[in-house]
Ligand binder design. Structure first.
Ligand code: GCU
Length: 339
């Protein structure tokens, strides 16, 4: 039953908006209004071999079938429609219908998202997926940007476990002293890299390869799948398993576009999305193993770190960055759902 509850929330919020007369054709979106159907565009910053592209592309095909071509989704990979910070704005103004954005981007619009960007929020991909698709936990969070930004959050994909990589082994926080490490554009993650001993350099995802290559950066942090698919292993061949957090991406949609769907089409859309994030979770473990093998074949090495030293270094982040009751409640709800 649970997997349908978010669909209900989204549908409910849409109906509530419609009742307030706060929506319909104001966005200028490619999807238009009035339930007429549309070719929707989805902004993604990953390559076509990444599980996110695969699951979203399948989602688009299924949606066309299920709505008899009233709706379709074209997935634009590789930041073709812009980096995530831009994509988030475009979804709000309706020039793009859908995007995958990291939780770090949403943290800049509503600090409550920091609760799920916090190291230690999630123990595993499965735990994370359960929490972020539990309407009781995330219902208010996912509609919190509708009035301010015209953006509805539908749920998410895991980013897997993130670690540090560079051209040298990192075993302890001391090894990161003086290193310029790329970080996503989030106050919490900037604080995290500083706590881990490095010097944080916020930057868009698509710029990281060149910055590592040219020496603007000494390192970066990501999961194994992006480490391989973005070819970062070529310019930062040592992946040091700090495993500092399980990261999170969200699917976002222009609220007016969601609202303009007929009830039947919206249900097909939400059911298709549920199938897509389930497929993504299934693909993730295998994609991670494959990425490790492929990166190793390409010359990368994977090393273990002093996990206790890193855990100790980042422990103060919770108190420093989760300061409001709503942030603490979300973090606590995530922890309470851990097995
Ligand atoms: C992961 C994540 C992306 C994010 C990227 C980053 O690859 O899936 O959404 O943009 O990390 O570090 O920027």
């Amino acid at each position: 039953m649970k997997k349908h509850t978010l669909a209900v929330t989204a549908a409910f919020s849409v109906l509530a908006l419609a009742a307030c007369g706060n929506g319909s054709d104001s966005s200028g979106s490619t999807a238009g209004g009035g339930g007429g159907g549309a070719d929707m565009r989805l902004a993604l910053n990953q390559t076509e071999e990444h599980p996110s592209f695969i699951a979203l592309d399948n989602f688009g095909q299924k949606l066309s079938e299920d709505t008899e071509d009233r709706y379709s989704i074209e997935v634009y990979p590789n930041e073709e429609l812009g980096a995530q910070a831009e994509a988030l704005q475009y979804v709000g103004d309706g020039s793009v219908d859908l995007a995958i954005v990291s939780g770090t981007q949403l943290e800049n619009l509503n600090a409550d998202f920091a609760a799920f960007n916090m190291p230690g929020a999630f123990d595993s991909v499965e735990h994370q997926m359960e929490v972020i698709h539990d309407e009781e936990i995330v219902g208010d969070l996912y509609t919190s940007l509708e009035e301010s930004n015209n953006v509805t959050i539908l749920g998410g994909f895991t980013q897997g476990t993130r670690s540090i990589y560079s051209d040298k082994e990192i075993r302890t926080p001391e090894d990161m002293a003086g290193m310029k490490v790329r970080v996503q554009e989030s106050p919490l993650h900037i604080g995290m890299i500083e706590a881990m001993g490095g010097s944080a350099t916020p930057m868009a995802f698509g710029e990281v390869y060149t910055a590592l290559q040219s020496g603007v950066l000494d390192g970066a942090e990501n999961n194994e799948v992006s480490y391989f698919t973005q070819k970062h292993f070529e310019v930062a061949p040592v992946y040091s398993r700090t495993n500092h957090l399980v990261g999170l991406d969200y699917l976002i949609i222009n609220t007016d576009v969601l609202e303009s769907m007929s009830e039947e089409d919206r249900q097909a859309f939400l059911d298709g999305w549920t199938a897509a994030h389930q497929e993504h979770t299934q693909l993730w473990a295998e994609a991670t193993d494959q990425a490790i093998a492929d990166a190793e074949a390409g010359g990368a090495t994977f090393v273990d770190v002093d996990a206790e030293a890193f855990a100790e270094a980042i422990a103060p982040l919770q108190e420093e960055f989760l300061t409001t009751d709503s942030q603490k409640a979300l973090f606590d709800a995530a922890r309470a759902a851990a097995k």
